[in-house]
Design a protein around this ligand. Structure first.
Ligand code: FES
Length: 101
């Protein structure tokens, strides 16, 4: 498991970009129902999803307003059609870890 952030590093309803050595950054989103980690780069273009808005359980891309469900990675609004890759998350104490590969 890879350390992502402390649980208080991101507020509910917000996203945080997390640089990861040796690979593209991931995004951490906190919802009332938990923490979610996925690839930060939009599957439609070179946008950083962590700069987008959280709307319910979805995140909206800042470039062309495509959306993804942060719980599953599924694309939910055009022009996004390919899912974001999401990663299993584990909370240990006040720290968030994810199983990146
Ligand atoms: Fe994200 Fe186009 S780059 S919707």
């Amino acid at each position: 498991m890879t350390f992502i952030a402390r649980i208080d590093d991101v507020e509910a309803g917000y996203a945080l970009q997390v640089p990861v050595e040796g690979r593209e950054p991931v995004a951490l989103v906190r919802l009332d129902e938990g923490y979610f980690v996925f690839d930060d780069t939009c599957t439609h273009g070179a946008a950083s999803m962590s700069e987008g808005d959280i709307i319910g359980c979805e995140i909206e891309c800042p470039f062309h307003s495509g959306r993804f469900d942060v719980r599953t990675g599924a694309a939910t609004a055009f022009p996004c059609v390919k899912a974001l890759r999401i990663y299993p998350v584990k909370i240990e104490g006040d720290e968030v870890y994810a199983a990146l590969d």
